[in-house]
Ligand binder design. Structure first.
Ligand SMILES: NC(=O)c1ccc[n+]([C@@H]2O[C@H](COP(=O)([O-])OP(=O)(O)OC[C@H]3O[C@@H](n4cnc5c(N)ncnc54)[C@H](O)[C@@H]3O)[C@@H](O)[C@H]2O)c1
Length: 415
């Protein structure tokens, strides 16, 4: 099975990551000490990002083989397999070893994949499924690359956090798709912010003012659930709304720079332009939040789906000695979408610091979720309110024969 002895060297970047605050623990039993061992990888969620993440992994990491795929839909597995198998570079192609028997389809496909001998899994479904898949992967003893967001509601966040703690006990490595944490300009700048370069932080801003994401018309042959899952960016229970789905990247940077999560939030938002058409689902198209962090530090956050949206995507913190975009004091070196896999495998193989980004990414997701809760209800929401909330959006009994009606679109004060 081996494909050579090109074990990974630990990079300076990994060192910088460790300095920037990643947890470092002694190597445990589950860590693959022999970097020459070929590790088998399975992909759960074979859409755009899952296929991309699999490619990034085999681009950046040696001695790996993608041996299993799982998706709820057959065409997604087929297309992903085709994308991977058409790779021409023989060195990278040698890292694909798929068979029909190792390609799983259906709502239980993740479970079947976890029963194979893969040691590492990529979780890249929409976030509604993440807590269940992540918990099952930890229980099965797999190392994990998990895309963000990691849940859409507080109940899911707690389930994910519990599993992340369990992963730590088992010394399973976990890296999240908040890739800025693996991007040198951010790593270097945030280290300097933590070292006091801009003084004491007084305030921040974080924006994801983007345009409309994908939305699909319903096809007559699709069941209700198939439509909801294929059109997942447009229902709150499948995506968590835009404040979570995309803006979590920016909020994650603010939490990292401030070394904290917010204490409370007040927020506004709504659906300014989207007509009530099924394809646009029940999510809003704008949020504005005023987050309060420890020491009275306020952070203004905005996230929109508007054409010609002003301001774009950025983070900024202002301190007593200056301002920073959280990335202005470091140089671009690597592709963070590749680097996150290099760092994960360095952790698994004991060639770099042990990484478990589970709690960190869950806190960033809860930051977004508490903003959404405040905006939907019109009430102030504290961190503890959000963390303890019983809010649970994902139906327990997913079934292609059942109906999953939309909405209602939240009305503040009534939601
Ligand atoms: N880090 C980043 O920059 C980045 C970029 C894009 C997407 N993402 C994240 O990746 C995730 C997937 O996004 P995408 O753009 O690839 O979407 P996608 O629709 O292209 O792919 C999602 C796949 O998951 C499958 N799926 C849905 N439910 C499933 C289930 N229960 N079991 C198995 N498979 C299931 C779908 O059929 C689909 O193939 C999202 O959480 C998204 O936020 C992250």
């Amino acid at each position: 099975m081996g494909i050579g002895n090109g074990g990974m060297s630990r990079r300076d970047f990994a060192k910088a990551s460790a300095l920037a605050g990643f947890s470092i623990l002694a190597a445990g039993a589950a860590r693959a000490q022999d970097s020459a061992e070929t590790l088998k990888v399975g992909l759960i969620g074979c859409g755009g990002r899952g296929t991309g993440a699999a490619k990034n992994l085999i681009d950046g990491v040696d001695n790996v083989k993608i041996t299993a795929l799982a998706d709820v839909f057959e065409d997604k597995v087929r297309n992903c397999r085709h994308e991977l198998e058409k790779i021409k570079d023989p060195k990278i192609k040698a890292k694909i070893a798929l068979t029909d028997e190792q390609c799983f389809v259906g709502l239980d496909a993740f479970d079947k994949l976890l029963k194979t001998d893969v040691q590492v899994v990529i979780l890249a479904t929409p976030p509604y499924a993440r807590p269940v898949h992540f918990e099952a992967a930890v229980n099965a003893g797999k190392h994990i690359f998990t895309e963000k967001p990691v849940a859409v509601d507080p109940v899911g966040i707690r389930r994910f956090m519990d599993a992340a703690r369990e992963a730590e006990k088992k010394k399973l490595s976990v890296v999240a798709g908040t890739q800025r944490r693996h991007q040198s300009p951010y790593v270097e700048t945030i280290k300097r912010i933590h070292d006091g370069e801009i003084g004491e932080i007084l305030a921040g801003r974080a924006y994801w003012n983007g345009t409309l994401p994908f939305s699909h018309e319903r096809k007559p042959e699709w069941s209700d659930l198939e439509y909801r899952l294929r059109n997942w960016y447009n229902q709150c229970w499948t995506c968590g709304d835009n404040i979570l789905e995309q803006h979590v990247h920016n909020l994650d940077i603010i939490n990292w720079a401030l070394n904290a999560h917010p204490e409370k939030v007040v927020a506004s938002g709504g659906r300014a332009w989207k007509p009530f058409e099924e394809r646009y689902g029940d999510i809003w198209d704008n949020f504005t939040c005023d987050y309060e962090y420890p020491n009275g530090v306020h952070v203004l956050s905005m996230s929109r789906h508007w054409d010609n949206s002003a301001s774009g995507v950025f983070e900024e913190v202002t301190g007593t000695k200056g301002k920073s975009t959280c990335r202005n004091l470091g140089k671009e070196k690597e592709d963070p979408y590749v680097q996150e896999h290099i760092d994960l495998f360095a952790s698994i193989r004991g060639a770099g610091p042990y990484l478990n980004e589970g709690i960190q990414v869950a806190e960033s997701c809860l930051t977004a979720i508490m903003g959404r809760m405040a905006a939907y209800t019109g009430a102030e929401v504290s961190w503890n309110d959000a963390l303890k909330s019983d809010l649970s959006l994902v139906p327990e009994d997913l079934d292609f024969a059942k109906a999953y009606p939309l909405g209602p679109i939240p009305v503040p004060g009534q939601a």
